[in-house]
Design a protein around this ligand. Sequence first.
Ligand code: AMP
Length: 588
Amino acid sequence: MEFAILAETFSKMESTRKRLELTQFLVELFKKTPNETISKIVYLLQGKLRPDFEGIELGVAEKLAIKSISKSSGIPIKKIEEEYRKGGDLGHAATKILEQKTQTTFLVEDITVERVYETLFKIAKLEGNRSQDMKMKYISSLLNDANPLEASFILKILLGTLRLGVAENTVMDALSICFTSEKENRKILELAYNVSSDLGKVAEVVSSEGLDGIKKFKAILFNPIRPMLAERVKSENEAIEKMGNEFAAEYKLDGERVQIHVEGEKVVLFSRSLENISSFYPDIIEKIPETISAENIILEGEAVAINENTGEFLPFQELMHRRRKYKIEKAVSQYPITINLFDILFCNNESCLDLSYSERRKKMEDIVKENNFVKHIPMTIIKKESDIVEFFENSINAGSEGLMLKMPDKPYQAGSRGSFWLKLKREYQNELGDSLDLVVIGGYFGKGRRTGNYGTLLLASYDEDEDTFTSICKVGTGFSDESLDQLYQILYPKVTIKKNPRIDSEMEAEVWFEPELVIEVVASEITLSPIHKAARDHIRKGAGLALRFPKFTGKIRLEKTPEDASTNEEVVTLYQSQKKIAHDKSLM
Ligand code: AMP
């Protein structure tokens, strides 16, 4: 398939952020795509080569890209850098530069999607001393044969700056329109994605085998399953109302969720956002196999930092010391953990997703032996209100965040936030009764002690319908010097010249970031706002919602993807519940 078709579609997609239009462009594109190429296109349009869990990264630096443009065009590096500085986007700079060059060179080989993909794949796989030269050779051979528009998108993919604003949901909408006739079929596609976490594979199967192929998707070992999530409730009463007479409650520990795949001695660990995190937890890899009496298994648990002397649970931040490339052995002994299991998703070559919670819990207890390091998360069956009050207190006293409540007769719903699981968190000192996880979209440079760091951040909630990140507040309090440094290190590489099209903000920022990092804040109140965009028009026409007196809690939620951030629906619920409390108080 000609790469020009893809480049033209990308170019059209860059000019809109409307989900319906994006979907339509994708439908037209998929219709023109051969079955054997569609998975490649699905990865490429998300700026990837393979699903995240395979950890294949392109990692080409700007300098190398500039050298390659120079090599293929004969134009001096200085001139390319000048053009780049003018616009701030190397893809666009390359278009301009190469427009000057195309009259003088000859096309050597056709640029196809397959060729671009394979060359990028080779580049990603290169390692070692001579890899830079080889990478440059591959890049300039592509650029040599590409027209300016094609070259600009090849560079954007290479540099990781392709931002088309399409999320998985939009891709699934388009696949469903294109390859399945009924609207309900969208759900079946989603199920396949939820158990495989591989949208490229879903696209390939639906385009070649249709729904029959999609229905055959099953959980498989060493391929992460998208995690089941919980809805939040504010009180024990609300929990009982939603859960019914009898349900399970577990401690909600404050650590990192880990999906553990084991077969014999082979162990692979995936994070909540489906990245391979095996290297951070060599202790889990070493100690889990001996506790399991099954041929193979997929378990879920919470890795929690502990005080080895007292056995107490420590806060989530302690685990961040484990996120390092080198000297991990030292971090393992300095920051010990336990792994607290709460689910079993697969066992002895069979999926356990359709078993009920009670059946899964029993199976997990039967098959996995507890020891000092591997635990079953504390659980009890709640039959009356006093049970939940008591268990909640015990859990807080043990250093946990609250409770997870689970319906005993329900299956594991991969990838969805349904009402089969609820979370009841400890009240923070904030009057809202809950913290919010928000996406960092912009920054403002600090003054005084904060010079050289971002002193204030612009935050956004997630609009699920539009698939955008809507501004909700600026936050400048709650930061320690250490956290400001850490945030700077994380955010600096995410700076962009142009605001990402998925950001919806009227408020200007001094720097814009790719909407990727999630942090936790508390606030005193949610108010209507003429400038912020969260849940705009929802409560009152022309007004959005904003947080009043927001404060950073110190938690950088590296394990969350931006789509895991608090949604506008949740913000509206919080807004309405505070109104209700105020109303009730006024009646007292
Ligand atoms: P939240 O991050 O507030 O949406 O809460 C969901 C997270 O709580 C999960 O992703 C897990 O990391 C964590 N968690 C802690 N304890 C449990 C438990 N017993 N069951 C399920 N998730 C748990």
